[in-house]
Design a protein around this ligand. Structure first.
Ligand code: ARG
Length: 562
Protein backbone atom coordinates (compact mmCIF):
# COMPACT_ATOMS: atom_id res chain seq x y z
CA UNK A 1 0.00 0.00 0.00
CA UNK A 2 2.87 2.34 0.77
CA UNK A 3 4.28 1.38 -2.59
CA UNK A 4 0.94 1.92 -4.23
CA UNK A 5 0.61 5.29 -2.53
CA UNK A 6 4.14 6.24 -3.58
CA UNK A 7 3.27 5.37 -7.16
CA UNK A 8 0.03 7.34 -6.98
CA UNK A 9 1.85 10.39 -5.64
CA UNK A 10 4.45 10.12 -8.36
CA UNK A 11 1.81 9.83 -11.08
CA UNK A 12 -0.19 12.66 -9.61
CA UNK A 13 2.74 15.07 -9.46
CA UNK A 14 4.09 14.17 -12.87
CA UNK A 15 0.68 14.80 -14.33
CA UNK A 16 0.39 18.05 -12.42
CA UNK A 17 3.60 19.25 -14.05
CA UNK A 18 2.46 18.15 -17.52
CA UNK A 19 4.86 15.20 -17.57
CA UNK A 20 7.75 17.64 -17.86
CA UNK A 21 9.53 16.27 -14.80
CA UNK A 22 10.34 12.86 -13.49
CA UNK A 23 9.71 12.49 -9.79
CA UNK A 24 11.23 9.98 -7.42
CA UNK A 25 9.17 9.29 -4.33
CA UNK A 26 11.20 7.87 -1.47
CA UNK A 27 10.82 6.37 1.97
CA UNK A 28 13.07 8.21 4.42
CA UNK A 29 15.54 5.97 6.24
CA UNK A 30 14.70 7.67 9.51
CA UNK A 31 10.99 7.28 10.11
CA UNK A 32 11.01 10.38 12.34
CA UNK A 33 11.25 12.40 9.14
CA UNK A 34 7.99 10.94 7.88
CA UNK A 35 6.76 7.90 5.97
CA UNK A 36 7.14 9.23 2.45
CA UNK A 37 9.47 11.84 1.10
CA UNK A 38 9.20 13.83 -2.13
CA UNK A 39 12.34 15.64 -3.26
CA UNK A 40 11.34 18.64 -5.39
CA UNK A 41 14.67 19.62 -6.95
CA UNK A 42 13.79 18.26 -10.36
CA UNK A 43 10.66 20.44 -10.41
CA UNK A 44 12.58 23.53 -9.34
CA UNK A 45 15.08 22.94 -12.09
CA UNK A 46 12.48 22.38 -14.76
CA UNK A 47 10.13 25.24 -13.82
CA UNK A 48 12.90 27.67 -12.85
CA UNK A 49 10.91 28.86 -9.86
CA UNK A 50 12.13 29.60 -6.34
CA UNK A 51 12.36 26.54 -4.11
CA UNK A 52 9.92 27.79 -1.40
CA UNK A 53 7.21 28.35 -4.01
CA UNK A 54 7.57 24.87 -5.41
CA UNK A 55 7.60 23.29 -1.96
CA UNK A 56 4.39 25.08 -1.08
CA UNK A 57 2.78 24.21 -4.34
CA UNK A 58 3.57 20.50 -3.97
CA UNK A 59 2.54 20.47 -0.35
CA UNK A 60 -0.84 22.04 -0.97
CA UNK A 61 -1.64 19.88 -3.94
CA UNK A 62 -0.80 16.69 -2.07
CA UNK A 63 -2.76 17.58 1.05
CA UNK A 64 -5.77 18.45 -1.00
CA UNK A 65 -5.72 15.26 -3.05
CA UNK A 66 -4.56 12.57 -0.63
CA UNK A 67 -6.80 12.37 2.41
CA UNK A 68 -4.50 9.76 3.91
CA UNK A 69 -1.80 12.38 4.52
CA UNK A 70 -1.92 13.39 8.14
CA UNK A 71 0.92 15.85 8.38
CA UNK A 72 3.48 17.48 6.13
CA UNK A 73 6.97 18.45 7.25
CA UNK A 74 9.12 20.33 4.80
CA UNK A 75 12.87 20.15 5.17
CA UNK A 76 14.87 22.07 2.56
CA UNK A 77 13.94 20.66 -0.82
CA UNK A 78 12.04 17.72 0.61
CA UNK A 79 8.33 17.50 1.23
CA UNK A 80 7.98 14.78 3.86
CA UNK A 81 4.64 13.21 4.49
CA UNK A 82 3.34 11.55 7.60
CA UNK A 83 0.69 9.07 6.65
CA UNK A 84 -2.37 8.38 8.70
CA UNK A 85 -1.29 4.96 9.91
CA UNK A 86 -4.70 4.07 11.20
CA UNK A 87 -6.43 4.56 7.89
CA UNK A 88 -3.61 3.18 5.82
CA UNK A 89 -3.37 0.02 7.91
CA UNK A 90 -7.08 -0.47 7.83
CA UNK A 91 -7.03 -0.23 4.05
CA UNK A 92 -4.11 -2.62 3.74
CA UNK A 93 -5.66 -5.29 5.93
CA UNK A 94 -9.10 -4.97 4.33
CA UNK A 95 -7.44 -5.41 0.99
CA UNK A 96 -5.58 -8.58 2.04
CA UNK A 97 -8.61 -10.14 3.71
CA UNK A 98 -10.78 -9.38 0.73
CA UNK A 99 -8.37 -10.61 -1.93
CA UNK A 100 -7.05 -13.62 -0.02
CA UNK A 101 -4.52 -15.53 -2.09
CA UNK A 102 -5.05 -13.09 -4.96
CA UNK A 103 -3.35 -10.42 -2.88
CA UNK A 104 -0.05 -9.38 -4.43
CA UNK A 105 -1.08 -10.28 -7.98
CA UNK A 106 -0.28 -7.72 -10.62
CA UNK A 107 -0.68 -6.97 -14.28
CA UNK A 108 2.99 -6.36 -14.92
CA UNK A 109 3.03 -8.99 -17.64
CA UNK A 110 -0.52 -8.72 -18.88
CA UNK A 111 -0.87 -10.07 -22.39
CA UNK A 112 2.77 -11.14 -22.49
CA UNK A 113 4.29 -14.58 -22.86
CA UNK A 114 7.31 -15.92 -21.02
CA UNK A 115 8.95 -19.14 -22.07
CA UNK A 116 10.97 -20.81 -19.31
CA UNK A 117 13.62 -23.40 -20.05
CA UNK A 118 14.52 -25.16 -16.81
CA UNK A 119 15.56 -28.41 -15.20
CA UNK A 120 16.74 -29.81 -18.56
CA UNK A 121 18.84 -32.68 -17.18
CA UNK A 122 21.24 -34.67 -19.30
CA UNK A 123 19.35 -37.85 -19.05
CA UNK A 124 22.02 -40.38 -19.82
CA UNK A 125 23.32 -39.81 -16.32
CA UNK A 126 21.83 -39.68 -12.89
CA UNK A 127 19.82 -36.57 -12.08
CA UNK A 128 22.38 -34.29 -10.53
CA UNK A 129 22.20 -31.81 -7.73
CA UNK A 130 23.06 -29.06 -10.22
CA UNK A 131 19.85 -29.74 -12.05
CA UNK A 132 18.02 -29.54 -8.76
CA UNK A 133 18.86 -25.83 -8.69
CA UNK A 134 17.56 -25.23 -12.18
CA UNK A 135 14.42 -27.22 -11.41
CA UNK A 136 13.57 -25.36 -8.22
CA UNK A 137 14.46 -21.87 -9.42
CA UNK A 138 12.73 -22.37 -12.75
CA UNK A 139 9.58 -23.71 -11.15
CA UNK A 140 9.38 -20.76 -8.77
CA UNK A 141 10.00 -18.28 -11.57
CA UNK A 142 7.15 -19.79 -13.51
CA UNK A 143 4.80 -19.30 -10.56
CA UNK A 144 6.09 -15.79 -9.89
CA UNK A 145 5.72 -14.76 -13.52
CA UNK A 146 2.16 -16.02 -13.53
CA UNK A 147 1.41 -14.10 -10.38
CA UNK A 148 2.60 -11.00 -12.24
CA UNK A 149 0.14 -11.64 -15.02
CA UNK A 150 2.42 -13.27 -17.59
CA UNK A 151 1.36 -16.27 -19.59
CA UNK A 152 3.97 -18.95 -19.22
CA UNK A 153 5.18 -21.93 -21.17
CA UNK A 154 7.51 -24.27 -19.30
CA UNK A 155 9.96 -26.38 -21.24
CA UNK A 156 12.13 -29.19 -19.98
CA UNK A 157 14.81 -29.10 -22.65
CA UNK A 158 16.04 -32.59 -21.98
CA UNK A 159 19.68 -33.27 -22.69
CA UNK A 160 18.61 -36.34 -24.64
CA UNK A 161 21.01 -35.93 -27.54
CA UNK A 162 24.75 -35.52 -27.81
CA UNK A 163 27.93 -37.50 -27.46
CA UNK A 164 27.02 -38.65 -23.96
CA UNK A 165 24.55 -40.98 -25.67
CA UNK A 166 27.33 -42.18 -27.92
CA UNK A 167 29.29 -42.98 -24.75
CA UNK A 168 26.38 -44.87 -23.24
CA UNK A 169 25.85 -46.85 -26.39
CA UNK A 170 29.51 -47.79 -26.72
CA UNK A 171 29.63 -48.82 -23.07
CA UNK A 172 26.39 -50.74 -23.42
CA UNK A 173 27.63 -52.63 -26.44
CA UNK A 174 31.06 -53.35 -24.98
CA UNK A 175 30.39 -54.19 -21.35
CA UNK A 176 26.64 -54.17 -20.86
CA UNK A 177 24.96 -57.24 -19.41
CA UNK A 178 21.48 -57.06 -20.89
CA UNK A 179 19.80 -59.04 -18.15
CA UNK A 180 21.34 -57.03 -15.36
CA UNK A 181 20.45 -53.82 -17.14
CA UNK A 182 16.85 -54.85 -17.65
CA UNK A 183 16.52 -55.48 -13.91
CA UNK A 184 17.98 -52.20 -12.72
CA UNK A 185 18.45 -49.97 -15.75
CA UNK A 186 19.40 -46.67 -14.16
CA UNK A 187 22.03 -47.95 -11.76
CA UNK A 188 23.53 -50.30 -14.29
CA UNK A 189 23.70 -47.60 -16.91
CA UNK A 190 25.16 -45.08 -14.51
CA UNK A 191 27.82 -47.66 -13.67
CA UNK A 192 28.48 -48.18 -17.38
CA UNK A 193 28.80 -44.45 -17.90
CA UNK A 194 31.30 -44.19 -15.06
CA UNK A 195 33.20 -47.16 -16.48
CA UNK A 196 33.35 -45.47 -19.86
CA UNK A 197 35.07 -42.45 -18.34
CA UNK A 198 37.53 -44.58 -16.41
CA UNK A 199 38.43 -46.65 -19.44
CA UNK A 200 38.69 -43.59 -21.65
CA UNK A 201 41.45 -42.20 -19.45
CA UNK A 202 43.78 -44.93 -20.68
CA UNK A 203 42.15 -45.47 -24.01
CA UNK A 204 41.32 -42.14 -25.65
CA UNK A 205 40.10 -43.89 -28.79
CA UNK A 206 36.91 -44.68 -26.94
CA UNK A 207 35.97 -41.02 -27.20
CA UNK A 208 36.24 -41.26 -30.96
CA UNK A 209 34.11 -44.39 -30.95
CA UNK A 210 31.49 -42.61 -28.90
CA UNK A 211 31.37 -39.73 -31.36
CA UNK A 212 30.98 -42.23 -34.16
CA UNK A 213 28.16 -44.01 -32.33
CA UNK A 214 26.38 -40.73 -31.81
CA UNK A 215 26.83 -39.85 -35.49
CA UNK A 216 24.95 -43.03 -36.27
CA UNK A 217 22.09 -41.86 -34.11
CA UNK A 218 22.07 -38.54 -35.92
CA UNK A 219 21.94 -40.31 -39.23
CA UNK A 220 19.04 -42.37 -37.95
CA UNK A 221 20.57 -45.83 -37.99
CA UNK A 222 17.94 -48.09 -36.52
CA UNK A 223 20.00 -50.19 -34.11
CA UNK A 224 21.51 -47.05 -32.62
CA UNK A 225 18.29 -45.12 -32.48
CA UNK A 226 16.57 -48.03 -30.74
CA UNK A 227 19.26 -48.12 -28.09
CA UNK A 228 19.05 -44.37 -27.74
CA UNK A 229 15.28 -44.59 -27.25
CA UNK A 230 15.64 -47.29 -24.64
CA UNK A 231 18.20 -45.34 -22.63
CA UNK A 232 16.14 -42.17 -22.91
CA UNK A 233 12.98 -43.78 -21.65
CA UNK A 234 14.63 -45.48 -18.72
CA UNK A 235 16.42 -42.32 -17.65
CA UNK A 236 13.26 -40.31 -17.94
CA UNK A 237 11.65 -42.56 -15.40
CA UNK A 238 14.24 -41.49 -12.87
CA UNK A 239 13.61 -37.81 -13.56
CA UNK A 240 9.88 -38.38 -13.28
CA UNK A 241 10.36 -39.69 -9.74
CA UNK A 242 12.10 -36.48 -8.79
CA UNK A 243 9.48 -34.28 -10.43
CA UNK A 244 6.74 -36.15 -8.61
CA UNK A 245 8.42 -35.56 -5.29
CA UNK A 246 9.04 -31.90 -5.97
CA UNK A 247 5.66 -31.46 -7.65
CA UNK A 248 7.22 -29.72 -10.59
CA UNK A 249 5.76 -29.98 -14.07
CA UNK A 250 6.27 -28.80 -17.61
CA UNK A 251 4.26 -27.94 -20.69
CA UNK A 252 6.76 -29.59 -22.99
CA UNK A 253 9.56 -32.14 -22.79
CA UNK A 254 10.96 -31.32 -26.21
CA UNK A 255 14.64 -31.84 -25.64
CA UNK A 256 17.68 -31.58 -27.82
CA UNK A 257 16.77 -34.63 -29.90
CA UNK A 258 13.58 -32.92 -31.04
CA UNK A 259 15.73 -30.44 -32.93
CA UNK A 260 17.85 -32.98 -34.77
CA UNK A 261 15.97 -32.33 -38.00
CA UNK A 262 15.54 -28.61 -37.39
CA UNK A 263 19.15 -27.50 -37.47
CA UNK A 264 19.67 -27.47 -41.21
CA UNK A 265 17.48 -24.41 -41.51
CA UNK A 266 19.70 -22.51 -39.09
CA UNK A 267 22.89 -23.59 -40.81
CA UNK A 268 21.45 -22.59 -44.18
CA UNK A 269 20.43 -19.20 -42.90
CA UNK A 270 23.88 -18.63 -41.41
CA UNK A 271 25.39 -19.62 -44.74
CA UNK A 272 23.10 -17.33 -46.71
CA UNK A 273 23.96 -14.44 -44.43
CA UNK A 274 27.63 -15.15 -45.03
CA UNK A 275 28.29 -15.75 -41.35
CA UNK A 276 29.89 -19.20 -41.48
CA UNK A 277 33.61 -19.52 -41.78
CA UNK A 278 35.66 -22.65 -42.29
CA UNK A 279 38.21 -23.17 -39.54
CA UNK A 280 40.29 -26.37 -39.58
CA UNK A 281 37.42 -28.17 -41.26
CA UNK A 282 34.82 -26.95 -38.77
CA UNK A 283 32.20 -24.26 -39.38
CA UNK A 284 32.35 -21.32 -37.03
CA UNK A 285 30.76 -17.91 -36.54
CA UNK A 286 33.08 -15.13 -35.46
CA UNK A 287 31.67 -12.88 -32.78
CA UNK A 288 34.17 -10.09 -32.42
CA UNK A 289 37.07 -9.55 -30.08
CA UNK A 290 35.39 -9.94 -26.74
CA UNK A 291 34.29 -13.54 -27.14
CA UNK A 292 35.54 -16.67 -28.83
CA UNK A 293 33.86 -17.77 -32.07
CA UNK A 294 30.90 -20.17 -31.86
CA UNK A 295 31.44 -23.65 -33.23
CA UNK A 296 28.38 -24.49 -35.33
CA UNK A 297 29.37 -27.69 -37.07
CA UNK A 298 32.21 -30.05 -36.27
CA UNK A 299 34.71 -31.08 -38.93
CA UNK A 300 33.06 -34.52 -39.11
CA UNK A 301 29.72 -32.83 -39.77
CA UNK A 302 28.42 -33.58 -36.26
CA UNK A 303 26.11 -30.99 -34.78
CA UNK A 304 26.68 -29.15 -31.56
CA UNK A 305 24.94 -27.98 -28.44
CA UNK A 306 24.81 -24.37 -29.59
CA UNK A 307 23.40 -25.28 -33.00
CA UNK A 308 20.56 -27.19 -31.38
CA UNK A 309 19.95 -24.33 -29.00
CA UNK A 310 19.68 -21.91 -31.92
CA UNK A 311 17.23 -24.19 -33.70
CA UNK A 312 15.23 -24.44 -30.47
CA UNK A 313 15.26 -20.69 -29.98
CA UNK A 314 13.86 -19.90 -33.44
CA UNK A 315 11.31 -22.67 -33.13
CA UNK A 316 10.13 -21.29 -29.80
CA UNK A 317 9.98 -17.72 -31.02
CA UNK A 318 7.77 -18.81 -33.89
CA UNK A 319 5.69 -21.30 -31.95
CA UNK A 320 5.12 -19.49 -28.64
CA UNK A 321 5.74 -15.87 -29.68
CA UNK A 322 7.47 -15.11 -26.42
CA UNK A 323 8.16 -11.62 -25.13
CA UNK A 324 10.82 -13.02 -22.83
CA UNK A 325 12.63 -16.34 -22.68
CA UNK A 326 14.38 -17.42 -19.48
CA UNK A 327 17.13 -20.00 -19.55
CA UNK A 328 17.64 -21.24 -16.01
CA UNK A 329 21.09 -22.72 -16.44
CA UNK A 330 24.28 -22.70 -14.34
CA UNK A 331 26.80 -19.89 -14.51
CA UNK A 332 29.25 -22.18 -16.30
CA UNK A 333 27.22 -21.61 -19.45
CA UNK A 334 27.39 -17.82 -19.38
CA UNK A 335 29.49 -17.70 -22.52
CA UNK A 336 27.18 -20.06 -24.37
CA UNK A 337 24.21 -17.73 -23.91
CA UNK A 338 26.27 -14.65 -24.64
CA UNK A 339 27.21 -16.27 -27.92
CA UNK A 340 23.61 -17.15 -28.71
CA UNK A 341 22.54 -13.54 -28.18
CA UNK A 342 25.41 -12.28 -30.29
CA UNK A 343 24.57 -14.67 -33.13
CA UNK A 344 20.90 -13.70 -33.09
CA UNK A 345 21.86 -10.03 -33.32
CA UNK A 346 24.40 -10.66 -36.03
CA UNK A 347 21.74 -12.50 -38.02
CA UNK A 348 19.77 -9.28 -38.01
CA UNK A 349 17.04 -10.16 -35.49
CA UNK A 350 15.96 -7.67 -32.89
CA UNK A 351 14.96 -9.96 -30.05
CA UNK A 352 18.31 -10.62 -28.35
CA UNK A 353 17.15 -8.48 -25.42
CA UNK A 354 14.29 -10.85 -24.80
CA UNK A 355 16.74 -13.67 -24.13
CA UNK A 356 17.76 -13.91 -20.51
CA UNK A 357 20.26 -16.33 -19.07
CA UNK A 358 19.13 -16.86 -15.48
CA UNK A 359 22.46 -18.12 -14.18
CA UNK A 360 23.15 -19.72 -10.83
CA UNK A 361 26.07 -20.89 -8.72
CA UNK A 362 27.17 -24.34 -7.67
CA UNK A 363 26.37 -26.56 -4.76
CA UNK A 364 29.54 -27.12 -2.80
CA UNK A 365 30.61 -29.66 -0.22
CA UNK A 366 33.49 -28.46 1.91
CA UNK A 367 34.08 -25.69 -0.56
CA UNK A 368 34.33 -28.03 -3.56
CA UNK A 369 31.93 -28.67 -6.40
CA UNK A 370 29.60 -31.62 -5.82
CA UNK A 371 29.92 -33.89 -8.78
CA UNK A 372 28.34 -36.99 -10.23
CA UNK A 373 30.66 -37.60 -13.15
CA UNK A 374 33.46 -39.39 -11.31
CA UNK A 375 31.12 -41.72 -9.50
CA UNK A 376 31.26 -39.80 -6.22
CA UNK A 377 27.55 -39.91 -6.78
CA UNK A 378 25.21 -37.74 -4.79
CA UNK A 379 21.93 -39.14 -5.95
CA UNK A 380 19.34 -36.49 -5.71
CA UNK A 381 16.58 -38.94 -4.99
CA UNK A 382 18.51 -40.21 -1.97
CA UNK A 383 19.11 -36.67 -0.75
CA UNK A 384 15.40 -35.90 -0.91
CA UNK A 385 14.53 -39.11 0.91
CA UNK A 386 17.05 -38.31 3.61
CA UNK A 387 15.51 -34.86 4.06
CA UNK A 388 12.08 -36.42 4.41
CA UNK A 389 13.32 -38.88 7.03
CA UNK A 390 14.99 -36.11 8.99
CA UNK A 391 11.74 -34.15 8.94
CA UNK A 392 9.89 -37.22 10.11
CA UNK A 393 12.09 -37.70 13.14
CA UNK A 394 11.64 -34.07 14.15
CA UNK A 395 7.90 -34.46 13.88
CA UNK A 396 8.06 -37.64 15.97
CA UNK A 397 9.91 -35.68 18.59
CA UNK A 398 7.75 -32.55 18.61
CA UNK A 399 4.27 -33.73 17.75
CA UNK A 400 4.09 -37.46 17.85
CA UNK A 401 0.30 -37.70 17.83
CA UNK A 402 0.01 -35.80 14.58
CA UNK A 403 -2.23 -37.51 12.03
CA UNK A 404 -0.84 -38.27 8.58
CA UNK A 405 2.77 -37.88 9.67
CA UNK A 406 4.28 -39.34 6.52
CA UNK A 407 2.50 -36.96 4.24
CA UNK A 408 3.48 -33.98 6.36
CA UNK A 409 7.07 -35.17 6.70
CA UNK A 410 7.28 -35.33 2.92
CA UNK A 411 6.06 -31.75 2.60
CA UNK A 412 8.40 -30.53 5.32
CA UNK A 413 11.45 -32.39 3.99
CA UNK A 414 10.93 -31.15 0.45
CA UNK A 415 10.27 -27.62 1.72
CA UNK A 416 13.57 -27.79 3.58
CA UNK A 417 15.54 -28.64 0.46
CA UNK A 418 13.71 -26.15 -1.75
CA UNK A 419 13.90 -23.23 0.63
CA UNK A 420 17.51 -24.04 1.50
CA UNK A 421 18.19 -23.33 -2.15
CA UNK A 422 15.82 -20.46 -2.88
CA UNK A 423 16.79 -18.23 0.04
CA UNK A 424 20.23 -17.75 -1.52
CA UNK A 425 20.64 -15.31 -4.34
CA UNK A 426 20.88 -17.59 -7.33
CA UNK A 427 24.23 -16.21 -8.50
CA UNK A 428 25.94 -17.42 -5.32
CA UNK A 429 27.47 -20.81 -4.67
CA UNK A 430 25.80 -22.72 -1.84
CA UNK A 431 27.43 -24.94 0.71
CA UNK A 432 25.12 -27.93 0.86
CA UNK A 433 24.08 -28.54 4.45
CA UNK A 434 20.98 -30.64 4.84
CA UNK A 435 21.02 -30.57 8.66
CA UNK A 436 20.69 -26.82 8.61
CA UNK A 437 17.90 -26.80 6.02
CA UNK A 438 15.66 -29.21 7.91
CA UNK A 439 15.70 -27.39 11.25
CA UNK A 440 12.39 -26.03 12.44
CA UNK A 441 13.98 -22.79 13.55
CA UNK A 442 16.41 -20.43 11.84
CA UNK A 443 16.24 -19.41 8.21
CA UNK A 444 14.52 -22.51 6.90
CA UNK A 445 11.49 -23.66 4.97
CA UNK A 446 10.15 -25.63 7.94
CA UNK A 447 10.43 -22.46 10.05
CA UNK A 448 8.13 -20.66 7.61
CA UNK A 449 5.73 -23.57 7.55
CA UNK A 450 5.81 -23.64 11.33
CA UNK A 451 5.08 -19.92 11.63
CA UNK A 452 2.04 -20.40 9.43
CA UNK A 453 0.90 -23.38 11.48
CA UNK A 454 1.19 -21.30 14.63
CA UNK A 455 -1.17 -18.71 13.16
CA UNK A 456 -3.52 -21.38 11.89
CA UNK A 457 -3.84 -22.80 15.38
CA UNK A 458 -4.48 -19.36 16.89
CA UNK A 459 -7.23 -18.70 14.37
CA UNK A 460 -8.78 -22.14 14.37
CA UNK A 461 -12.60 -21.81 14.48
CA UNK A 462 -12.36 -18.08 15.14
CA UNK A 463 -14.22 -15.41 13.23
CA UNK A 464 -12.78 -12.04 12.30
CA UNK A 465 -14.61 -8.78 11.87
CA UNK A 466 -12.27 -6.04 10.76
CA UNK A 467 -14.97 -3.37 11.10
CA UNK A 468 -14.82 -3.95 14.84
CA UNK A 469 -11.10 -3.32 15.09
CA UNK A 470 -9.27 -0.71 17.10
CA UNK A 471 -7.42 1.36 14.52
CA UNK A 472 -5.36 3.23 17.09
CA UNK A 473 -3.32 0.07 17.64
CA UNK A 474 -1.81 0.54 14.20
CA UNK A 475 0.12 3.56 15.40
CA UNK A 476 2.18 1.28 17.65
CA UNK A 477 5.50 0.50 15.94
CA UNK A 478 5.32 -3.30 16.20
CA UNK A 479 1.87 -3.27 14.63
CA UNK A 480 2.73 -0.83 11.91
CA UNK A 481 5.98 -2.61 11.07
CA UNK A 482 3.95 -5.70 10.20
CA UNK A 483 1.46 -3.72 8.14
CA UNK A 484 4.29 -2.08 6.27
CA UNK A 485 5.80 -5.47 5.47
CA UNK A 486 2.45 -6.84 4.37
CA UNK A 487 1.93 -3.87 2.10
CA UNK A 488 5.25 -4.57 0.38
CA UNK A 489 4.32 -8.06 -0.78
CA UNK A 490 3.43 -7.15 -4.35
CA UNK A 491 6.51 -5.00 -4.83
CA UNK A 492 8.72 -7.84 -3.63
CA UNK A 493 7.10 -10.31 -6.00
CA UNK A 494 7.57 -7.90 -8.89
CA UNK A 495 11.21 -7.42 -8.03
CA UNK A 496 11.71 -11.18 -7.92
CA UNK A 497 10.02 -11.39 -11.29
CA UNK A 498 11.91 -8.59 -13.00
CA UNK A 499 15.26 -9.79 -11.70
CA UNK A 500 14.37 -13.47 -12.05
CA UNK A 501 15.45 -13.99 -8.47
CA UNK A 502 13.07 -15.81 -6.09
CA UNK A 503 15.49 -15.12 -3.23
CA UNK A 504 13.98 -11.66 -2.71
CA UNK A 505 10.65 -13.26 -2.02
CA UNK A 506 12.25 -15.96 0.16
CA UNK A 507 14.10 -13.40 2.28
CA UNK A 508 10.98 -11.28 2.57
CA UNK A 509 9.02 -14.24 3.92
CA UNK A 510 11.70 -14.90 6.52
CA UNK A 511 11.54 -11.30 7.53
CA UNK A 512 7.78 -11.41 7.81
CA UNK A 513 7.83 -14.63 9.84
CA UNK A 514 10.48 -13.22 12.17
CA UNK A 515 8.52 -10.02 12.70
CA UNK A 516 5.41 -12.03 13.36
CA UNK A 517 7.18 -14.22 15.91
CA UNK A 518 8.53 -11.12 17.61
CA UNK A 519 5.03 -9.68 17.71
CA UNK A 520 3.74 -12.94 19.10
CA UNK A 521 6.27 -12.66 21.89
CA UNK A 522 5.06 -9.14 22.75
CA UNK A 523 1.30 -9.40 22.42
CA UNK A 524 -1.31 -11.84 23.53
CA UNK A 525 -3.32 -12.28 20.38
CA UNK A 526 -6.54 -13.92 21.48
CA UNK A 527 -7.72 -11.39 24.09
CA UNK A 528 -11.06 -10.66 25.76
CA UNK A 529 -11.41 -7.16 24.36
CA UNK A 530 -13.35 -7.47 21.14
CA UNK A 531 -11.74 -4.55 19.31
CA UNK A 532 -8.19 -5.54 20.17
CA UNK A 533 -8.90 -9.17 19.39
CA UNK A 534 -10.30 -8.36 15.97
CA UNK A 535 -7.35 -6.13 15.16
CA UNK A 536 -4.90 -8.84 16.17
CA UNK A 537 -6.79 -11.53 14.30
CA UNK A 538 -6.98 -9.46 11.12
CA UNK A 539 -3.29 -8.78 11.32
CA UNK A 540 -2.15 -12.36 11.85
CA UNK A 541 -4.66 -13.70 9.36
CA UNK A 542 -3.19 -11.35 6.76
CA UNK A 543 0.27 -12.63 7.61
CA UNK A 544 -0.91 -16.19 7.22
CA UNK A 545 -2.39 -15.39 3.79
CA UNK A 546 0.91 -13.94 2.67
CA UNK A 547 3.04 -16.74 4.12
CA UNK A 548 0.87 -19.32 2.35
CA UNK A 549 0.84 -17.51 -0.94
CA UNK A 550 4.54 -16.67 -0.72
CA UNK A 551 5.44 -20.31 -0.06
CA UNK A 552 3.23 -21.39 -2.94
CA UNK A 553 5.13 -19.04 -5.23
CA UNK A 554 8.35 -20.72 -4.19
CA UNK A 555 6.83 -24.09 -5.05
CA UNK A 556 6.51 -25.05 -1.37
CA UNK A 557 3.50 -26.45 0.48
CA UNK A 558 2.08 -24.57 3.40
CA UNK A 559 0.57 -26.59 6.21
CA UNK A 560 -2.23 -26.40 8.73
CA UNK A 561 -0.50 -28.68 11.18
CA UNK A 562 2.97 -30.07 11.66
N1 ARG B 1 21.21 -30.05 -20.52
C1 ARG B 1 22.01 -28.89 -20.26
C2 ARG B 1 23.00 -29.19 -19.16
O1 ARG B 1 22.71 -29.95 -18.29
C3 ARG B 1 21.20 -27.71 -19.86
C4 ARG B 1 20.29 -27.20 -20.93
C5 ARG B 1 19.86 -25.83 -20.67
N2 ARG B 1 18.99 -25.31 -21.67
C6 ARG B 1 19.36 -24.89 -22.87
N3 ARG B 1 18.46 -24.48 -23.71
N4 ARG B 1 20.63 -24.91 -23.22
O2 ARG B 1 24.07 -28.63 -19.12
Amino acid sequence: MINKLKQEIKDFLEKKYDNQVSIIVEEPKDSKLGDISVPVFSIVKQLRQPLPNVVNDVKNALVENFKIIQEVKTVGGFVNLVINKEELSFEVLSDVLEKGCQYGSSELGKGKMVVLDYSSPNIAKSFSIGHLRSTIIGNSLKLINRKCGYNTFAINYLGDWGTQFGKMIVAYKKWGDKEKIAKDPINEMTALYVKFHEEAKNNPELEEEAREAFRKCELGEKEYLDLWRYIREESLKESAQIYDLLEVDFDSYNGEAFYNDKMDGVVEELTEKGMLELDAGAQIVRLGDDMPPALIKRSDGGSLYITRDLAALFYRKKEYKFDKILYVVGNEQKLHFKQIKAIVTKMGYDFADEIEHVGFGLYLTNGKKMSTRSGGVVKLYDVLMKAINMAKSQIEEKNKDLADKDNIARKVGIAAVMFGDLKNHRELDIEFDLDNCVKFEGQTGPYLQYSGVRIASILKDKSIDLTKCDKTLFTKPHYFELVRLISNFQAVIEKSCLESAPSYLAKYLLNLAQSFNKFYGLEKINVEDEAIRNTNFALVKSIRIILNEGLRLLGIHYLDEM
